[in-house]
Design a protein around this ligand. Structure first.
Ligand code: ACK
Length: 927
């Protein structure tokens, strides 16, 4: 190879390497480059420009002439290798000219330049050498350019990708991680691939402009004044919402104008708002020691909808209208917070309603009530008294509440000591107590009164072995409160104290005074239990049977579910509210209105339904209790149990949909149709109820509130058990529920005394329902008060047979009212018995009906005791004269057991006879 300078086509001198030994054979001429550093490249490209003479154009050339040359490379870390063996070089390719040229005339400078490119992988050393081997051609090497390829720096999806050298192979992709541009953050790791030919491929992920910045041609620019961007994911800068502004570029939130605020939970896109103005038109209505406060919402709600109210209660020494707030000047010492015994309904704080009932206040006391209005920005704004309105009032005088418990100690033959507790609500300073007492037999015809300042008194001068009834009442400046319920204690027969402290003397008294009654009852019990000892035996059998039979479906208490909605959807079908057509309101239930209407479920015929709804503003507990009834009802499927059609829980109001019972509840229905049914019809109704109850007891469900009012009647006189709400109410609230919610007249003694609710206590209630049915909806125990009912039951009294009641039915009732619950029949036995009666109507002999003169009916009505008409008549008391013979014992025997009724009867008979005699005297003409 020779280094030769020639002129290119533009007459510019260039250096070339030439070889042209075409006439000599066996040529092997090498030309080598200097060391070329690799610089990170993995594949290099070699572009060779050369000219080549066509062998044919060379005169006298033999077969030794070639038209190609070979390209070699050798990788090396040495940049100055002086000698490299031929064999160390690796061949890249044999290069031939695309075009060869014929030299026509050296002087005319026509040159045809060939350009060939070859690529080669160089990955093992820091650099390499190239070599050109000539084997007998006529070539001039004009230029050799060596290069590698990169994917150029670029920005994609707000990520910068650097200039990147391509991979070693022609098919290799180099994975490159991008970095987020200024003021941006990664959304998802930005990645791209650099292809072998220097092209970027497959962009993945990317970045988002930071809060306060938005994208503009591949960069993030700050939001301008008056605009903001809160989150990087927001699409761009937005204008500041109302009542806010931004004064600097790049705002992430707009500041509220002065006097406007934003709650912590308000999003930055929400307008700035203000606290509400004061509530308006606060009015108060005082009723003794409670107050109803009502107000109108504030005039300005401050642009928000989360207004709530709270109530401050202060007891004030004067009725000043400028209510003094603690620390607010001269009057502050006059008012104090009310204390925790005051009750607020529905609550004292966080109120959404504009009405509150405040109760348990002190009587005749000055109070100031301050109603504050709040909303989400009240706290942020530091709002104080400006948003409140107040009223000052004085509660009324109220007498003290009754004394609830009296205890007797130190009982002797002629004396005892009484002690009692202060009334729960004294409503003022108690000035004294009044004790009224009388011998029980005397029944208030003559009584003694004692007064005392303390809460105890020694009562002396009593007769031995005598039952006394005591009442205590308290007096304040407002007057006397009500007397306590009667408490009975007996004096001793023994000269020494018999009953010490802590012994229930009332119980002893009952034991003694009731000996006669007990003897009678024991005789009756003996007879009945002999006749019916089968009840207890069979009952046990049936209980065992239930235990052994795993196939029996058992009721599941929905309250065992942590999530009440899960229970409801397990046992009740969700009904689309659009398929319900409400027609009219038919009554009020415990939770809201009860309506009738129609239900059309797809593919079924339209049916009439009853719709119970849950009134607005309910608590979580109310919702739970309301839906629990449906969860219970939904588990039952029996013709004598009210059928649940479904529930609406996905929209408000919540509804429970049941089958419609045209004749409503049984008690009202019977009262409306007094005397209009045959005995067989009545027994038919009772049979239905017994059948429903048998089904419930088989499922181990205890109803706890079986009463005629909870039986519904349809147009075919079919009776169905309903109202499955009570069972839980009682359990949830042991104390309160027990005194107020228990349906005493319908409940078995053991359930009243110690909450032993069982199927046997349901049987007791069933006996009461029988009595209600046969007496056409009469109130059990008429207007006796609950305490008297409990006492009468304790003493062994039971409801007498209603008018025209078949003896067998009354006997069945008495069986249901056995004191020992194991002695009561089971529902299965009741059902059998009723079936037998229906098959043999002859057994349904009624008590004979006796004629009663009209005048006696009118008279009984005038003294309010018409209810005893049939009882008296049946016992032969058919005229006023005959009533003169009535004694207390006789009335006890007849079942007229209310003491005041006995007294009224005796006194009224005497009065009536007297006035009749006077009338006769006046009308007699003197002779
Ligand atoms: O005595 P009633 O007419 O019968 O008044 C009450 C009232 O709603 C409140 O409970 C009546 N009621 C309840 N459920 C139904 C029902 N499924 N069908 C007809 N009336 C019903 C009940």
């Amino acid at each position: 190879w020779e280094e030769v300078s020639i002129m290119d086509e533009k007459n510019v001198p260039i250096r070339t390497y030439q070889v042209c030994n075409v006439l000599e054979p066996n040529q092997n001429n090498w030309l080598r480059t200097d060391w070329i550093p690799r610089s990170g490249a993995q594949r290099v490209y070699v572009e060779v420009k050369f000219t080549l003479r066509d062998c044919n154009s060379l005169p006298g050339v033999t077969g030794t002439c070639k038209e190609t040359f070979n390209l070699y490379y050798h990788e090396s870390n040495e940049d100055r290798e002086s000698y490299i063996k031929e064999s160390s070089f690796i061949k890249v390719d044999t290069v031939a000219a695309d075009e060869s040229f014929t030299q026509v005339d050296v002087g005319d400078r026509i040159m045809k330049l060939n350009t060939e490119v070859r690529d080669v992988k160089v990955t093992t050393r820091k650099g390499f050498y190239l070599a050109f081997q000539d084997v007998g051609a006529c070539i001039a090497l004009v230029s050799v350019r060596v290069f590698y390829k990169t994917c150029p720096l670029t920005i994609r999806n707000l990520a910068t990708f650097p200039d990147t050298v391509t991979g070693a192979d022609t098919s290799s992709l180099v994975e490159v991680r991008g970095s987020c541009v200024n003021q941006s953050e990664e959304r998802e790791e930005p990645k791209m691939y650099c292809g072998a030919d220097g092209e970027w491929l497959v962009p993945i992920g990317g970045c988002l402009c930071n809060p306060g910045y938005q994208e503009k041609s591949g960069t993030c620019k700050a939001c301008s004044v008056g605009f903001y961007k809160a989150k990087s994911s927001d699409p761009g800068c937005s204008k500041c919402p109302p009542h806010s502004h931004s004064v600097r570029d790049g705002a992430t939130v707009c500041d509220c104008h002065s006097g406007f605020f934003r709650a912590d939970s308000d999003p930055p896109s929400m307008a700035c708002t203000q606290p509400p103005s004061a509530p308006q038109q606060l009015i108060s209505v005082v009723n003794e020691t409670s107050v109803v406060l009502e107000w109108a919402p504030p005039r300005r709600l401050g642009g928000r909808s989360d207004t709530s109210y709270s109530l401050e209660c202060l007891i004030c020494q004067t009725g000043s209208h400028n209510y003094p707030r603690p620390g607010s000047g001269s009057g502050s010492h006059l008012c104090l917070p009310c204390g925790s015994d005051v009750l607020f309904s529905p609550g004292q704080t966080g109120l959404k309603t504009t009405r509150v009932v405040v109760s348990e206040l002190r009587a005749h006391t000055h109070y100031t009530f301050i109603v504050h209005a709040h909303n989400g920005v009240s706290q942020a704004s530091g709002a104080g008294a400006a948003q409140s309105v107040s009223v000052t009032l004085t509660t009324n005088q109220a007498a003290p509440s009754p004394v609830s418990f009296i205890q007797a100690t130190d009982v002797t033959r002629h004396s005892l000591s009484l002690a009692w507790q202060q009334p729960d609500r004294p409503n003022g300073v108690i000035l004294e107590y009044e004790v009224k007492f009388y011998e029980k037999d005397q029944r208030e015809r003559s009584y003694r009164i004692m007064r005392t300042f303390s809460r105890s008194v020694d009562v002396t001068g009593l007769n031995p072995l005598t039952v006394y009834v005591f009442h205590v009442r308290a007096r304040t400046a407002a007057g006397y409160g009500e007397f306590s319920a009667p408490f009975e204690f007996s004096t001793n027969s023994d000269p020494f104290p018999l009953i010490g402290e802590g012994v229930n003397s009332a119980f002893l008294l009952l034991s003694i005074s009731g000996v006669g009654i007990l003897l009678l009852i024991s005789a009756a019990v003996f007879i009945i239990s002999r006749r019916r000892s089968k009840y207890s035996k069979t009952k046990q059998d049936s209980e065992e049977e239930k235990h052994l039979n795993p196939g029996v479906k058992i009721y599941v208490d929905p309250f065992t579910y942590e999530d009440p909605d899960q229970a409801i959807h397990e046992f009740a079908k969700e009904i689309d509210v659009s398929s319900i057509h409400i027609e009219r309101v038919i009554g009020m239930g415990e939770f809201g209105e009860v309506c009738s209407g129609r239900l059309r479920v797809q593919g079924k015929r339209e049916i009439y339904v009853a719709i119970k709804s849950l009134k607005a503003g309910y608590s979580d507990k109310q919702r739970r209790d309301f839906l629990s009834e449906a969860s219970i009802m939904g588990q039952f499927d029996h013709p004598n149990i009210i059928r649940l059609e479904g529930v609406v829980t996905r929209c408000k109001p919540l509804m429970i949909i049941t089958e419609y019972m045209e004749n409503g509840s049984l008690d009202a229905f019977l009262r409306k149709h007094d005397g209009q049914f045959t005995v067989i019809q009545l027994v038919g109704m009772l049979r239905g109820i017994a059948s429903g109850m048998k089904y419930l007891s088989d499922m181990s469900y205890v109803h706890r509130d079986l009463a005629a009012r909870n039986i519904l009647v349809n147009s075919n006189l079919v009776c169905k058990v309903s109202d499955f709400g009570l069972s839980r109410v009682l359990e949830d609230d042991p104390e309160a529920a027990y005194t107020t919610r228990i349906p005493i007249r319908w409940t078995a003694p053991e359930a009243i005394a110690y909450r032993k609710f069982t199927t046997a206590s349901d049987v007791w209630s069933y006996g009461i329902v029988m009595w209600e049915v046969v007496s056409y909806g009469e109130r059990p125990y008429w207007d006796m008060n609950n305490q008297d009912v409990i006492k009468a039951m304790e003493e062994g009294y039971r409801l007498p047979a209603p008018m025209d009641c078949p003896v067998v039915l009354h006997q069945l009732m008495l069986d249901c009212w056995e004191r020992e619950r194991a002695e009561r029949p089971t529902f299965s036995q009741i059902l059998n018995m009723l079936d037998k009666l229906i098959r043999n109507p002859g057994t349904l002999q009624t008590h004979r009906k006796t004629y009663i003169p009209w005048s006696m009916c009118v008279w009984l009505q005038s003294i309010g005791l018409e209810r005893y008409r049939d009882t008296l008549a049946a016992a032969g008391y058919t005229s006023l004269d005959s009533l003169l013979a009535l004694t207390h014992q006789e009335m006890d025997r007849l079942g007229i057991i209310t003491p005041s009724h006995q007294d009224i009867l005796i006194a009224s008979v005497q009065q009536e006879m007297l006035s009749q005699m006077q009338h006769m005297q006046h009308t007699m003409v003197p002779v």
